[in-house]
Design a protein around this ligand. Sequence first.
Ligand code: PHE
Length: 341
Amino acid sequence: MKEKINQYLAEIEMFTAKSKEELEQFRIKYSGKKGILNDLFADFKNVAAEERREMGVLLNDLKGKMQQKLEALRESFEGEESASAPAQDLTLPVNFRDAGSRHPLMIIRNRMIEIFSRIGFTVAEGPEIEDDWHNFSALNFAPEHPARDMQDTFFIEKDPDIILRTHTSSVQVRVMEKTQPPIRMIFPGRVYRNEAISARAHCFFHQVEGLYVDKNVSFADLRQTMLYFAKEMFSADTRIRLRPSYFPFTEPSAEMDISCNLCGGKGCGFCKYTGWVEILGCGMVNPNVLKNCGIDPEVYSGFAFGMGIERITNLVFNVKDLRMFSENDVRFLQQFESAWQ
Ligand code: PHE
């Protein structure tokens, strides 16, 4: 009998149940009417008097262990049941939290940074509140240049030296004053102009400026860099055209057009039937600018370019009115992030 009890004890110890049904079978096997415990207690009557004490203890121990096991397993199943029971009404509408979306101008700015970073351009930023030197004088603007006119620039009455920058070319100056070539950087940022607000102009907009200064940088490098950018930004079959222009800080200077990305250059209402749309200004850095910033123009040359992020975004996403970029209407703003990916 002793051996039997020890065997059952071991069995109870080892027992685990995968389901409530298995547990119930275990219960019946041991403490059912015709179960092991009843059998053993029936046998107990026949145990010799001198062994009774020991057997009694053993039997009670077996009964106790079996009940402990039963309870422990029962609890584990109950826990499972309450965990899987629905705590809430799953048919209720979710408490929806809008994740928001990236602003179309920032989507395009990030794309531009990515395109230029692939050919070694890094990013720098400068202040939006500038002084005359960085925004104009160092960039070779003659004192009477019309761009300094009150029409275009936000001055403050107290101090005409302090302005809101009218372009990101000011960051060129700040970088060249501190860094000797080679310099290969782009400067994204917000700029301000005193213009009447319309579908095509705003009192502020965004630019990305680029600057490359090193030994032997030529106009061919400028052209090839711009072609690479246009193809990456728009499509592989995009063509570019450079038209002579004027900027005080570049010489020679050019305006760059791309083949119209809507009609592929055939001519449409968007490109006014010319097949071309203007996207940026560029040129070889004027030697006077290099000199103003402490770089020797006899040793180094460079090119620069600057473009409006709004303009590129309008072209990529076919947005017709740039006021929409600053109206903060989420119905407009939400349309772009998924369209781009
Ligand atoms: N700063 C010029 C503008 O705002 C653009 C430009 C940048 C042109 C660099 C040439 C070189 O219109």
